[in-house]
Design a protein around this ligand. Structure first.
Ligand SMILES: [Zn+2]
Ligand SMILES: [Zn+2]
Length: 176
């Protein structure tokens, strides 16, 4: 989705953006192997331009699907975010974008057009949790037989007592 800079004025204009797994695969094919998939995403934004500076305020609402880090079950996670981008025209030979801080991001546009897709992608990726669990109490898989311990109690033997005390079993007190 592209917005023409000339169509943005000093009064805010509203835009809507929606995306799904296909969009993600198209814009960022490397993510096909990633540990998450995009179920749905919608965003609403407003754009204001003063001179050449465009400010976008975007509110994003997405559902992603991840694997539980313990039992590998699919987990759906909502991602909600609000952020602001301040964009100025790209000038060849200029330094990199200034560092962004908090929920304010700086960027550049080119050819009098603003591409919304990479902005949404950046914000989505920033907010993917590194590790997800289906439930804080998830018991995961048995490391020996792979049984899902949330659903069944497998027959594997488990070491009794605290593993840290194992060596003490063979400890004999020397008597003088
Ligand atoms: Zn789990
Ligand atoms: Zn087992």
């Amino acid at each position: 989705m592209k917005i023409k800079v000339q169509q943005i004025g000093e009064e805010s204009s509203v835009f809507h953006f929606t995306a799904d797994a296909k969009w993600l695969a198209g814009i960022f094919p490397e993510l096909a192997e990633a540990e998450f998939s995009l179920k749905r995403l919608s965003a609403t934004g407003s754009a204001v331009r003063i001179g050449e500076t465009v400010t976008l305020d975007i509110s994003m609402d997405a559902d992603i699907i991840l694997e539980c880090g313990r039992c590998l079950k699919e987990v759906e996670k909502p991602i909600r975010a609000e952020f602001r981008y301040v964009l100025v025209p790209y000038e060849p030979g200029e330094d990199e974008d200034p560092d962004s801080e908090d929920e304010l991001y700086f960027g550049r546009y080119q050819d009098e057009e603003i591409e919304i897709d990479p902005i949404i992608l950046e914000q989505l990726i920033l907010r993917i949790p590194v590790r997800a669990v289906c439930d804080e109490a998830c018991r995961g898989l048995c490391p020996q037989c792979g049984a899902n311990l949330n659903e069944e109690q497998c027959r594997c033997e488990r070491p009794a007592g605290h593993p840290g005390f194992g060596p003490l079993k063979n400890f004999k007190v020397k008597r003088k």
